[in-house]
Design a protein. Structure first.
Lengths: 482, 625
């Protein structure tokens, strides 16, 4: 391995070293504070390694991994999201006692797996990354083993994700049986050559099923509200952002090597799934009374929106998807961040029922304002990041001629406004029994978490008002070069 | 110096952000310092920018591109600031007068419970107004336009505990919204017709591509005019402005007299190139201006509430500006905007001092004799009233109004009738201005005036009084020894004029009518108040008085013609076909949500079955299609 390759892989190396170091640290002496701080530092180090890797990009390291601008962009937002999750988790776990130190190991490993996925150019590395990302998630979801909900959610996710992985593997095997390679470019060439072959089509369809599960596209979305509700709030934030973004990023790299006209039937199937998720996600959210479930349903809908951009393929799709996910990451982490901080108090209860938010503007005005901003961004209101994200997805859809899909997108987002505004309306209402609510909703927010929320707020406003610098970075990304 | 331009809007917006976030925790002194200080620094920045602009070696407009907000296909929206003489005058007035009013408010609002909220809104207003004025592209202008509209709504309803105030706020918002919708459609027309929304390229392309009085030119300018009429309270959308006086008095001074209501004037001045290509619309502008100034002038004569009287006078003076815009004399309109901002802010703030001293009494007939109790307020109010009445030679209002009247008379687009309306208006102005002065400050004392206003209120009054009298000397007509600082700064050169009357003759006539108004006021309200009382007692006099007091009955007219039919129609249509459709949409959505929710059983085997079923469907689709 040449020095350049080491430089290119340095974010991963830093992460792996950090995992081992923190594990040894825990073995010597348990300290929640030290573990959390070391994890945040590790994420900072991994982020700092990205410019180093950018110096030698684009570069293919072994047949498995490619480090290019696209991969580095995704690494940056995945590691950023990981860092945010670590900060939130510290506040959340601190009040719950137990042995919270190992949580951070799982988080780091999961992020490394997600990173491996977005860099993969080979089915083997894609699959390995996926599993490295998913297996720690089982532990993270059921980390709080005192309650039933977490364990139940973890078990559900374990079994369903296992089944979805099986579909993915079976699909890849079918394609391999025709193409004889697991390399993305090779597979893509082969799929073009064998476009009439039922085996290849069935293989691709099964890959779609596996990926659809991870993205929680309808009709593979049924698990999402249950698992999101049962998982600890910071873990939900992580699942809604990183595990979705990484899968879609990897998939986009794979399909961008294929000409879009080759698989009309596959496109139709994917379009239908996208439309179904937009409609089902938004409608499901209407009647929920639990904020985490509402956000889970909203994440189903957002997967549908971004799938529309995905269908455009190529650089347009890469830019739209990248911008959309950057905006979505910030808003989702912020929204779940507020839920986390409200849940990080003495009564050890998840504060996710709608009633917990009644009158929040009166009792915790700053947290309420942050949550309102994040919800408005998710709804796509102008001057927030979400608005421009929607505009870019919309333009990608129009340019690729995806008329009816874009139409569904517009109508579904209009429905979506209802439930986001419903949360905000509940927050502005007068608190039922003012004094009592005040007492309950007074968790001690650490200054790190305060700083994180401030940074996310600024990011949402900055991307909505002054997006030019981010757009310049995103427009430097070219997928088709490989 | 010019690079400081971005700080002019940024500072008040920063002040707003600070006050909105931390206002509740700050002590009052801190709120005052941030609230007034941010606008003060912004005024200093505007002064420096103005200095930089004037001392440029080659005088040229300056643009500062902050960033590109979005670029999608051929639609590119830049955040670009554009500084030329028009916007420079506007920002100087908005931040300068704005600063004085903020200083005044620190004392006026001293005892209010929501002190921080007030200054947060006021700072947001100044920021939005500066964005509106400096906008280099129409979408950005529209952003500022809606921003000031929002602040106007928030501040009219500032004391929302009283339902009447909230109703006035909603009325202002709805009526201006009617105009805004027209303006928004106008922006679309411009974009479709000319393919850009940046103001300068837009003007150039319009000159190249449009023929005068072509349909698109008339349509686009008429739609822009709708927005301007709503914002500036001109016929037929003037009904909101008198009610807007429900807000605190500094708000009336800043928003509903000095700055925001002039946004319509600014819009027309900014796009005057387009209006020059649509003479038909210009004619409409002039006629609307003339009609408004007469109508509002007569209405002002019959008001009992001091703030409503001043509000009608604002509408009337804005009518003068529209009259000037209608004959193409946009620099005269801006000159009158500037002097009007000085004297009308002064009048409102002095009225506020009176109202505060009289324990929130606003009825002029319950005041009187206050010149002995509040001498300094009296003298400053008198300066403002003289300027408003355009008393010749010594007041700023005289020079700006004279410039308008002479342009109307001499311009080929004007004419004798429009000019006659203007000079009749001058008579009315003299009459109603001094009616207020005599009712409030002369005669016998009624009620009890308490503590005198402190320095934070008096210093701005004195400064504005100086400006109200002296600011006119930057532009003196030819007959009185020509000074043309303002119009040459605007880049306008006096055209060869031909008129039925000479310039000197018309000046003497206008001055005589203004003095006549003053004399009539002296007779009717000071020497022989019995005449008016006796006349109002007669049936015809009472009817006319009621008509004028109600602003010519527009509220009743709209209530009858628009509001009642709409309400009746909507109650008639409550259960019509479309309502069924909309309700069905809601029921369907609820039903679909319930149906989808039923799939959320929580049972693992059911979810697994879902995935399997989905896989079968996808496989079937892929294989069969």
């Amino acid at each position: 391995m040449s020095a350049y390759n080491v430089m290119a892989m340095s974010p991963f190396i830093a992460g792996a070293v950090a995992v081992v170091a923190i594990m040894l640290g825990i073995a010597v002496r348990r300290s929640h504070r030290a573990s959390a701080a070391a994890t945040v530092a590790a994420f900072a180090l991994m982020l700092a390694c990205i410019p180093v890797a950018a110096g030698v990009a684009p570069r293919q390291v072994t047949p498995l991994v490619v480090i290019d601008a696209y991969a580095l962009f995704w690494l940056a937002i995945i590691f950023g999201a990981g860092m945010a999750t670590a900060i939130l988790a510290r506040d959340y776990l601190r009040v719950r006692g137990g042995q919270p130190e190992e949580f951070y190991l799982l988080l780091l490993i999961s992020c490394i797996g997600a990173g491996a996925m977005v860099c993969s150019r080979h089915f083997a590395s894609f699959y390995l990354g996926l599993e490295v990302m998913t297996i720690p998630l089982y532990g993270m979801i059921s980390y709080i083993c005192s309650g039933k909900r977490g364990v139940e959610a973890g078990l559900k996710y374990l079994i369903l994700a296992g089944a979805a992985s099986a579909f993915l593997l079976f699909g890849a095997a079918l394609i391999f049986s025709e193409a004889g390679t697991l390399d993305f470019v090779g597979m893509a060439c082969a799929t073009v050559n064998y476009s009439g072959s039922l085996v290849v089509l069935a293989g691709l369809a099964m890959v779609l099923v596996g990926v659809g599960f991870k993205l929680s596209l309808a009709p593979f979305h049924l698990w999402t509200p249950d698992v999101y509700e049962g998982a600890p709030a910071p873990v939900t934030a992580f699942m809604a952002t990183v595990s979705k973004g990484a899968v879609l990023a990897a998939l986009l790299r794979y399909f961008s090597t294929v000409s879009p006209d080759t698989f009309m039937s596959l496109r139709t199937a994917f379009s239908l799934a996208a439309a179904a998720s937009m409609i089902a996600g938004n409608l499901l959210a209407l009647r929920q009374t639990n904020v985490k479930r509402i956000l889970a349903c909203s994440s189903i809908a957002h997967a549908g929106y971004v799938a529309v951009a995905f269908l455009a393929l190529g650089d347009i799709a890469a830019h739209a998807v990248a911008y959309y996910f950057a905006a979505y990451f910030a808003a989702t982490l912020g929204a779940f961040g507020v839920i986390t901080l409200l849940s990080a108090n003495g009564d050890l209860r998840e504060h996710d029922a709608m009633e917990d938010y009644r009158g929040l503007f009166h009792t915790r005005p700053v947290l309420a304002a942050v949550l309102a901003l994040m919800l408005l961004s998710l709804a796509g209101v102008p001057l927030t990041a979400g608005f421009l994200g929607k505009v870019y997805v919309f333009m990608a859809g129009i340019r690729a001629g995806l008329w009816w899909q874009t139409g569904v997108l517009v109508f579904a987002s209009a429905v979506g406004l209802v439930y986001y505004l419903r949360i905000i309306a509940v927050m502005t209402a007068t608190p039922k029994d003012g004094d009592h609510a005040c007492e309950v909703l007074l968790p001690a927010v650490s200054s790190a978490a305060k700083g994180l929320l401030a940074a996310l707020t600024l990011a949402v406003l900055w991307m909505g008002i002054y997006p030019a610098p981010l757009l310049r970075i995103i427009e430097g990304i070219h997928l088709s070069a490989h | 110096m010019l690079q400081l331009l971005w700080t002019v809007p940024a500072l008040p917006l920063l002040g707003f952000a600070l006050l909105a976030l931390f206002g509740r925790r700050l002590p009052r002194a801190g709120v005052s310092v941030i609230g007034a200080g941010s606008v003060g620094l912004s005024a200093v920045a505007s002064g420096l920018v103005a200095w930089g602009y004037i001392t440029q070696t080659v005088p040229a407009a300056y643009s500062q591109c902050l960033w590109t907000w979005m670029e999608v296909g051929s639609l590119k929206v830049d955040m670009i600031l554009w500084l030329d003489p028009i916007s420079l005058v506007m920002i100087l007035v908005a931040t300068g007068v704005g600063f004085l009013i903020h200083v005044y408010s620190t004392e006026y609002m001293r005892d209010d419970a929501d002190y921080a909220r007030f200054f947060a809104y006021m700072n947001l207003f100044v920021g939005a107004m500066v964005v509106l004025v400096l906008a280099g592209s129409l979408p950005m202008l529209y952003l500022g336009w809606e921003g000031v509209g929002l602040c106007s709504y928030l501040l009219i309803g500032f004391w929302y505990d009283n339902a009447d105030n909230a109703r006035a706020a909603v009325k202002a918002f709805l009526v201006t919204r009617i105009g805004d919708i027209g303006m928004l459609i106008g922006l679309f027309v411009l974009w479709f017709s000319l393919g850009t929304l940046d103001i300068q390229p837009l003007m150039e392309r319009a000159q190249l591509q449009w023929t005068p009085n072509s349909a698109v030119a008339v349509a686009a300018t008429a739609l822009l005019l709708c927005g301007a009429l709503g914002k500036s309270g001109q016929l037929p959308l003037q009904v909101w402005l008198p009610d807007a006086m429900a807000g605190p008095t500094p708000v009336s001074a800043l928003i509903h007299a000095a700055t925001m209501v002039a946004a319509g004037v600014y819009l027309l001045a900014r796009t005057h190139v387009l209006f020059d290509l649509a003479p038909a619309v210009q004619c409409v502008v002039a006629v609307i201006g003339a009609a408004t100034l007469l109508l509002a002038g007569t209405s002002a004569l019959a008001q009992r509430d001091i703030k409503r009287a001043l509000a009608y006078s604002t509408i009337s003076q804005l009518g003068y500006m529209f009259l000037a815009l209608g004959v193409g004399a946009w620099s005269a309109a801006l000159f009158h905007f500037m002097t009007h901002a000085f004297f009308k802010a002064l009048l409102f703030m002095a009225a506020g001092a009176v109202i505060l001293a009289m324990h929130h009494e606003q009825d002029m007939f319950n005041m009187g004799g206050l010149r002995r109790r509040l001498p300094l307020v009296f003298w400053t109010f008198l300066a403002g009233a003289m300027s408003l009445a355009a008393l010749p030679l010594v007041t700023a209002g005289f020079y700006s109004k004279d410039m308008i009247l002479w342009s109307v008379l001499s311009s080929p687009k004007g004419g004798f009738l429009l000019w006659a309306a203007g000079v009749v208006g001058a008579f009315l102005t003299g009459l109603y201005s001094f009616r207020i002065v005599f009712l409030v400050f002369f005669g016998e004392e009624k009620g009890h005036a308490s503590a005198k206003p402190g320095p934070a209120m008096m210093i701005p009054l004195v400064l504005l009084a100086v400006l109200a009298l002296g600011a006119g000397f930057v532009e003196i007509p030819e007959t009185l020894g020509r000074v043309a600082l303002f119009s040459s700064f605007m880049g306008v050169h006096a055209a060869e004029a031909s008129a039925v009357l000479g310039e000197g003759t018309q000046q003497v006539l206008a001055a005589l009518l203004a003095l006549g108004g003053l004399a009539a006021a002296v007779v009717l309200y000071l020497l022989r108040p019995g005449i008016v009382k006796a006349w109002v007692a007669t049936p015809s006099g009472a009817a006319l008085q009621r008509l004028c007091a109600s602003g010519w009955g527009f509220d009743a007219l709209y209530g009858m013609l628009i509001i009642r039919p709409v309400v009746a129609l909507s109650s008639l249509c409550r259960d019509d076909f479309m309502a069924v459709v909309w309700r069905a949409v809601g029921i369907c959505a609820e039903g679909a949500a319930a149906g989808l929710g039923r799939a959320q059983t929580g049972r693992l085997r059911f979810y697994m079955a879902g995935i399997a079923l989905g896989a079968v469907v996808v496989l079937a689709l892929v294989v069969l299609l």
